[in-house]
Design a protein around this ligand. Structure first.
Ligand code: PMP
Length: 406
């Protein structure tokens, strides 16, 4: 993988920060930067194609519809879904999970029924279910983690009861970098006849995902974390599952016929896509997936794993350094949460910023995980395919400087 060529496609990476420092962008788990190919495709569409999609008889509307539905097909191929009708465009992972939590619990859950989540979930995969707890009295059961941030599969198996209705877990932790054994998690759930939603926000940018191979029932991811635009994401659902769910929101696009007495709903996936979709963002997402596919996810994964292992090793040289998550780099994805002595994560992050290095600080939308780890927050460096060993060296040098200041 030629990261030098790749970096040329991301103009923001040449930006200087505070007038003198070159940007070292290590906040990719929050959002990735965008290559020219994505931004230019969207600009081109706004300038030359823009028209509302579906049911338009005029030229531009048909062209815009072709682009939008072509993008759906690109997503289908990217995930290896069986059919494009299994690909629902949403605003992102959060909306995808909320859609499943609401529609699935409406269709299949009553008071006292249970969803299994894990201790390392992002708030979006906790609060969406808690809203259903309030609406319908469903209950959350939680898979605990080990001290080095791995799911306890022995405990997971014990959580199944005759009230379990769905399992909803993350593929990769946005705090610990843990790559969860989701195939095994899905297999165990299916043995109990229970469907599984996988939160793929942090896996899709870094590794090949094949939804048929995983055999997950639902899979969610966000465009902006995989070099695509903000405001668009995907919910994959097995057709037979999506067919059984009621619509999420009401409005245009999602209906077949409407009278004041009775409305019939559109076929999949449009039943879940009320209102004008972000058809320009879908183009951006498709170009981002094309970009990732042209580099190759196997090459990206190998490059980033090597970079992460290098970073863990180099950061380990720093005195008082604590790195969270698995020590085994084969299950530690491109996210490194750390803490140096008793330097507050906010102080560390702010000073690193002054040294031109962008990291994230705080609870990373995973407060229950922070409670489990007995901390308030961490500093988090997260990598993308355009990051380099030189940037890791810059991070290590900067952390050492900050440490000396305290
Ligand atoms: N799940 C995980 C694991 C995440 O890392 C994130 C984003 N930080 C989300 C869900 C939510 O994604 P979005 O904000 O794009 O909806």
């Amino acid at each position: 993988m030629n990261y030098e060529l790749i970096r040329k496609d991301f103009p923001i990476l040449t930006k200087t920060i505070y007038g003198k420092y070159p940007l070292v962008y290590l906040d990719n788990a929050a959002t990735t930067q965008k290559p020219r190919q994505v931004v230019e495709a969207m600009t081109e569409e706004y300038y030359n194609v823009n028209a509302n999609v579906h049911r338009g008889v005029h030229f531009l509307s048909q062209q815009a519809t072709e682009l939008h539905e072509g993008s759906r097909e690109t997503v289908r191929k990217f995930l290896n879904a069986r059919s494009a009708s299994e690909i629902v465009f949403t605003r992102g992972t959060t909306e995808s999970i909320n859609l499943v939590a609401q529609c699935f619990s409406d269709a299949f859950m009553k008071e006292g029924d249970e969803v299994i989540v894990s201790e390392m979930e992002h708030h979006s995969n906790i609060v969406s279910w808690q809203l259903q707890q309030q609406r319908k009295g469903i209950r959350l059961r939680v898979i605990p983690i080990t001290d080095d941030g791995q799911l306890r599969l022995d405990e997971y198996e014990k959580l199944f009861t005759d009230r379990t209705r769905i399992v909803s877990v993350t593929h990769v932790s946005n705090v610990l970098g843990t790559v969860n054994p989701v195939k095994e998690i899905i297999r165990i759930a299916h043995e109990h006849g229970i469907p599984v939603l996988i939160d793929g926000a942090q896996s899709t940018p870094h590794m090949k995902v094949d939804v048929q191979e995983l055999d997950c029932d639902f899979f969610a991811f966000s465009g902006h974390k995989i070099y695509g635009p903000t405001g668009i994401g995907v919910l994959y659902g097995k057709e037979e599952m999506l067919e059984k769910l009621p619509p999420y929101m009401g409005g245009g696009e999602m209906i077949k016929n409407v009278t004041f007495e009775r409305t019939t709903f559109n076929e999949l996936p449009f039943k879940f896509e009320a209102g004008t979709p972000d058809y320009v963002a879908s183009t951006g997402l498709a170009r981002a997936l094309d970009y990732v596919s042209s580099v190759g996810l196997d090459a990206i994964e190998a490059y980033e794993r090597d970079l992460t292992a290098y970073a863990i090793q180099r950061m380990g040289e720093i005195e008082d350094m604590k790195i969270f998550g698995p020590a085994d780099v084969s299950i530690h994805d491109a996210v490194i949460s750390f803490q140096v002595g008793n330097i507050h994560h906010l102080d560390m992050g702010t000073l690193l910023d002054r040294l031109g290095i962008a990291v994230r600080t705080g609870h990373h939308c995973a407060e229950p995980l922070m409670h489990r780890l007995g901390i308030e927050g961490t500093c988090r460096a997260s990598f993308a395919m355009y990051n380099t060993r030189e940037e890791v060296d810059a991070l290590v040098a900067a952390i050492k400087r900050v440490r000396q200041m305290f």
